[in-house]
Design a protein around this ligand. Structure first.
Ligand code: SF4
Length: 59
């Protein structure tokens, strides 16, 4: 299980990571992604790879 960090300067709020990791990610008040809980390692890897602006770091 892993948490991820979002680079808020890069995140464009596309929602891809939130759709894929619904129980672990949510939009924060400024419309950017926020990690609220750990997720399976493979999901963390997947949302990192699918972020269009490389805003997700694992750990
Ligand atoms: S996939 Fe990337 S750009 Fe889209 S909401 Fe998540 S962190 Fe932001």
């Amino acid at each position: 299980m892993k948490k991820v960090k979002i680079n808020k300067d890069l995140c464009i709020g596309c929602g891809s990571c939130i759709a894929e990791a619904q129980n672990s990610m949510e939009f924060d008040s400024d419309g950017k992604a926020n990690c609220i809980a750990e997720m399976d390692d493979n999901i963390a890897e997947s949302i990192k790879n699918n972020c269009p602006v490389n805003a997700i770091e694992i750990g």
